[in-house]
Design a protein around this ligand. Structure first.
Ligand SMILES: NC(=O)c1ccc[n+]([C@@H]2O[C@H](COP(=O)([O-])OP(=O)(O)OC[C@H]3O[C@@H](n4cnc5c(N)ncnc54)[C@H](OP(=O)(O)O)[C@@H]3O)[C@@H](O)[C@H]2O)c1
Length: 327
C-alpha cells in the first residue's frame, strides 16, 4: 500500500523535508493501520523536522505526533474498519512514523476512538497542544484553585498557551496572558484573556524569593526565568502546571513559595500519559471544555509544512496549524 508523506532526510548534517511516496509495511500483530485525515504541527514536530537532538532517533523519518483518521486495517477486535480514531504522543513522530504521512501503522494500545461529537478536523485543532493544555488545567481544577485570583498563562499565543487561555476563560477564571507579541493583544483578548502582560515587562524586575501573591495559579509553557517569576507570585495553595521549555530548561527558585504558601509545581507529560487520562481529556475538550478555535486555526497541506516549522522555531507561530491530507 503506497502513501504520501512529508519525509525528513539528513544529508551531511542538514535536514530537509520533501513530499515522497512511501510503502506501508504489512500489518503487524497488535497494530492498526490508520488513514490519516488530519494531523497538526506542535513544537516537538518542529524540532523533529529540523533534526534537533533528542527527538527523533534516526532519519529518514516522518514526524507528526498527532494523528486523526479512520481505521483501514486492524489486528485488534476492539476496532473495526471505518472507526474514527485519534492518537497522540507515545513514540508517534519520534521513533514510529507519524501524522505527516497520510497513513500510519500504530500499536492499537496507543489509539482511542474519537468522542462522537468530534470529527478528525476538530480533534486536530486541539491535538497534543489541546490535551497538554487540558492536562495542565485539570491539575488546577483538581486542586480546587478558586477563581478569586487570576491565572497566568505564558507563551499565550502558542498552541498550548492559546488553548489554555480559552479553556480557563470558559471555566470562569480571569486569565492574564504573558506574550512576546505586541501585535497580538487583540487576538489574545478574543481568545479570552482579561489582561495581556508583555514578556519583557514580566521579566524586567528581578525575581524575588517571595513576591506579592497576586495569582491563583499558572500554566507555564515556556520555563526558564518566566517560570521562576511565576512561582514567586502564586498565592497560598495555588498550582503551577509546568509543561514547556521554549524560554529555557533551567530556572532558579527559592523554597519559600513551597514552604510558606504550600504551592504546587505540577509537571505535565502528555505524551506518556495513560490512555485513560487521554480519553478523559478528549471527552472534556469535546464537551464541557470545548472552545471555538476557528479564528486561530490555519489549515495546510503537507507540502506547506516547511514554512510553518520555521515560524514555530522562530517563536512566531500564533494559534494552531492543522494538516489536511488528500487532494
Ligand atoms: N509536557 C508536555 O506534555 C508538552 C506537550 C506539548 C508541548 N509541550 C511544550 O510546550 C511548549 C509549547 O509548545 P507549543 O506546541 O504550544 O509551541 P508553540 O505553538 O510554538 O508556542 C510557543 C510559544 O512560546 C512563546 N515563546 C517563543 N519563544 C519564546 C522565548 N524565547 N521565550 C519565551 N516565550 C517564547 C511564543 O508565544 P508568545 O509570543 O505569545 O509569548 C510561542 O508562540 C514547548 O516547549 C513544547 O515542547 C510540552
Amino acid at each position: 500500500m503506497k502513501y504520501k508523506a512529508y519525509l525528513i532526510e539528513e544529508n551531511e548534517g542538514n535536514f530537509n523535508g520533501q513530499v515522497k511516496e512511501l510503502e506501508m509495511p504489512n500489518l503487524d500483530d497488535g497494530n492498526v493501520i490508520i488513514k490519516v485525515h488530519h494531523s497538526s504541527i506542535n513544537y516537538k514536530d518542529a524540532l523533529a523536522s529540523s533534526g534537533a537532538r533528542g527527538v527523533v532517533k534516526s532519519y529518514p523519518f516522518v514526524p507528526g505526533i498527532d494523528v486523526a483518521g479512520e481505521i483501514v486495517e486492524t489486528s485488534n477486535s476492539d476496532f473495526s474498519i471505518g472507526d474514527n480514531v485519534v492518537a497522540t504522543g507515545y513514540k508517534i513522530g519520534m521513533s514510529v512514523f507519524g501524522g505527516f504521512g497520510e497513513m500510519v501503522q500504530l500499536p492499537s494500545k496507543w489509539v482511542l476512538k474519537l468522542p462522537s461529537s468530534m470529527n478528525s478536523f476538530d480533534s486536530m485543532c486541539y491535538g497534543t497542544a489541546g490535551i497538554t493544555a487540558a492536562a495542565s488545567i485539570k491539575k488546577i481544577t483538581d486542586a480546587n484553585v478558586s477563581n478569586e485570583l487570576p491565572i497566568l498563562v505564558s507563551g499565550a499565543t502558542g498552541g498550548v498557551g492559546s488553548i489554555s487561555v480559552g479553556v480557563l476563560a470558559k471555566l470562569g477564571y480571569e486569565v492574564h496572558a504573558i506574550s512576546g507579541k505586541k501585535d497580538e493583544i487583540e487576538t489574545l483578548k478574543n481568545m479570552g484573556a482579561a489582561k495581556i502582560i508583555l514578556r519583557d515587562e514580566f521579566t524586567s524586575a528581578p525575581t524575588k524569593p517571595l513576591d506579592k501573591a497576586i495569582y491563583g495559579g499558572a500554566v507555564d509553557t515556556v520555563g526558564g526565568d518566566i517560570l521562576a517569576k511565576m512561582i514567586s507570585m502564586v498565592a497560598n495553595h495555588g498550582v503551577i502546571s509546568c509543561c514547556g521549555n521554549v524560554a529555557g530548561a533551567m530556572f532558579t527558585s527559592s523554597v519559600f513559595p513551597f514552604i510558606l504558601r504550600g504551592i504546587q509545581l505540577s509537571g505535565i507529560d502528555s505524551a506518556e500519559s495513560s490512555l485513560s487520562l487521554k480519553k478523559d481529556l478528549w471527552n472534556l475538550l469535546s464537551d464541557k471544555w470545548s472552545i471555538n478555535l476557528s479564528e486561530s486555526i490555519k489549515t495546510i497541506k503537507i507540502d506547506e509544512i516547511g514554512n510553518e516549522v520555521k515560524k514555530i522555531l522562530d517563536g512566531n507561530q500564533v494559534g494552531r496549524v492543522v494538516i489536511e491530507h488528500g487532494d
